[in-house]
Design a protein around this ligand. Structure first.
Ligand code: NAP
Length: 331
């Protein structure tokens, strides 16, 4: 049996290209005592992977040249010499951009495909869903009636943030790219309003969508989107800096013009990384499972087929071509 895997071939300068990745075939490894072999069915594509392609200091170690690209996976145990995992069980972990992997079980959790589609454990019932729950409720702590703004609102994290804000009784405003995504965010997900950041009237449209000002921003994008929201903040507002995707391929960082709002409105702006807050995961996962089962949270996916299409799908996601959670089906 062959394992196909995608390696980081070179480091991008600005926007990545297909040439930064290399597909190779190797024999499938055999598990040793205390290990098991997993056949990956699903690979998650996430914006953080762009950061791992740069040899820069960050919160996590970068991918070395010639190493398998890092990534979350769901797969089936096909051979086990580990007392805690049996062949036929499904597991979620970070086994990378490859079809098979041997693991000692570190960081792996068992998942149940009869309770939810297996792919959900990479999205709403996995890291992106927990990010939404923790970043909104544990950090920003919105109160009923407050106005919550979330950017990249149709995406894996943003779509869940906005629906949780609605569950908590907030006025919820999304920011998304294009009319189709905005319609989905309001008509399907139930946000009160959505602003198209590509329409060229961001300040006017956001002001109209948040007539009482903004109390909470869940920021996924940064750059002009965050700068515009800063102009509309209410006193004692909270801003969770979850992601800054508009900056991940930028060769020059965007300089915020409206930082004065943090001072005059006595804002709290807090960055967070969801893997730092492992103690909050069990509660978040329990809430998310309940909301999905009760259909209070709706969820959408964009699926690429075949490992060889992962680079193309990843680059598309960075450009906003995904609609909901971006995945690759490997089997
Ligand atoms: N802090 C943490 O622990 C943590 C964990 C998970 C994710 N994150 C962050 O959360 C954010 C969302 O991640 P996700 O997995 O849910 O991705 P996603 O929203 O499903 O996909 C990325 C989206 O970003 C938007 N985007 C890209 N470039 C943009 C730009 N220049 N201006 C405005 N929007 C742009 C696009 O949506 P539009 O078409 O709507 O523009 C695109 O679809 C990312 O910044 C990610 O790094 C952080």
């Amino acid at each position: 049996m062959k394992n196909r895997r995608i390696l980081l071939a070179s480091r991008p300068d600005g926007w990545p290209t297909d040439a930064n990745f290399r597909l190779e075939e190797t024999p499938v490894a055999k598990p040793a005592d205390g290990q098991f072999l997993v056949r990956n069915h699903w690979l998650s594509l996430d914006p953080y992977m762009r950061g791992r392609m740069d040899a820069a200091k960050s919160y996590a170690k970068y991918v070395e040249l010639g190493e398998v690209m890092t990534g979350g996976t769901v797969g089936e145990v096909v051979e086990s010499r580990h007392p805690g995992f049996k062949a036929g069980e499904f597991v979620n972990g970070a086994l990378g951009w490859q079809e098979f992997a041997v693991t000692d079980g570190t960081g792996m959790r068992k998942v149940d495909g009869s309770k939810a589609p297996l792919s959900y454990y990479l999205g709403v019932l996995g890291m992106p869903g927990v990010t939404a729950r923790v970043g909104l409720l544990d950090l920003a702590q919105p109160k009923p009636g407050e106005t919550v703004v979330v950017s990249a609102a149709s995406g894996a994290v943003g779509s869940v943030v906005g629906q949780i804000a609605k569950i908590k009784g907030c006025r919820t405003v999304g920011i998304a790219g294009g009319g189709e995504k905005c319609r989905y965010v309001t008509a399907e997900l139930g946000f009160d309003a959505c602003v198209d950041h590509r329409a060229g009237r961001l300040y006017e449209d956001l002001q109209a969508a948040a007539p009482k000002g903004i109390d909470v921003v869940f920021e996924n994008v940064g750059g002009p989107v965050l700068d515009t929201a800063l102009r509309l903040m209410n006193p004692f507002g909270r801003i969770t800096i979850c992601g800054l995707i508009s900056q991940y391929n930028a060769t020059e960082p965007y300089g915020l013009k409206n930082l004065r709002s943090v001072l005059t409105n006595r804002l709290r702006m807090q960055g967070f990384i969801v893997s730092d807050r492992m103690e909050l995961w069990p509660r978040a996962l329990a809430d998310l499972a309940e909301w999905v089962a009760d259909r209070k949270i709706k969820y959408r996916e964009t699926v690429a087929h075949g490992l060889e299409n992962a680079p193309h799908a990843f680059l598309g996601m960075l450009r906003g071509e995904n609609f909901g959670k971006q995945l690759v089906k490997l089997t």
